[in-house]
Design a binder for this molecule. Structure first.
Ligand SMILES: [Cu+2]
Length: 192
């Protein structure tokens, strides 16, 4: 029993120390038109380190890409599925500019992203279908909620450049200083 308690204590201690590795960036996206502050992607352009890319999946269902926003590291493969009884195409006019062709229901199209950037994800058969793939160098990424609030956790301490993407507006690159175990607050203003 005593040994068991010791093991539990060690596990909890490890969890606590990993939760406090690095610092937290807590931000708010602001604009007078409040409905545009949500779904703003905020990421750090370049961080020293090496992360293993994890593959992702985007479904096409009800003539909609699900999810609408996908974040992967450069080198990751995104698998596009088709769950609809109609054909769907997968293409992007941005950065690497791919067109994976068209697949019927149950089909799968895959693409491995090499170049960092934001990719508009479209279907040539259905002009209303729209999603975004964020291909990043590191996993430090946040997406704002309805109120424009976002959080990026476990960020390595130091000076970082925050890049913001918004579906309608632009934002300047904002420099933040992250401190171990602390939260850095930042406000990012959207503009034309
Ligand atoms: Cu389609």
């Amino acid at each position: 029993m005593k040994l068991r308690n010791t093991v539990v204590f060690i596990v909890i201690t490890l969890m606590a120390s990993s939760a406090f590795a690095g610092g937290t960036i807590k931000g708010k996206i602001v604009h007078k038109k409040k409905r545009w502050v949500k779904n703003s992607a905020v990421y750090i352009e370049n961080v020293k380190g090496d992360w293993k890319p994890e593959d992702a999946r985007v479904d096409q269902k009800g003539s909609t890409f699900i999810p609408k926003y996908t974040q992967v590291l450069a080198g990751a493969t995104v698998n596009f599925l088709n769950s609809d009884p109609t054909d769907h195409n997968v293409y992007s006019p941005d950065n690497e500019k791919y067109d994976l062709g068209t697949k019927p229901q149950g089909g799968k199209l895959s693409y491995t992203f090499k170049t960092q950037g934001v990719y508009t994800q479209l279907c040539k058969l259905h002009p209303t279908m729209l999603a975004y793939i964020f291909v990043l160098q590191n996993p430090y990424f946040g997406m704002s909620d309805k109120k424009g609030i976002f959080t990026i956790e476990n960020v390595p301490p130091g000076k970082h450049k925050l890049v913001t993407w918004n579906g309608r507006y632009k934002a300047d690159v904002v420099e933040v200083v992250v401190t171990e175990g602390k939260t850095t607050e930042v406000e990012i203003k959207l503009h034309r």
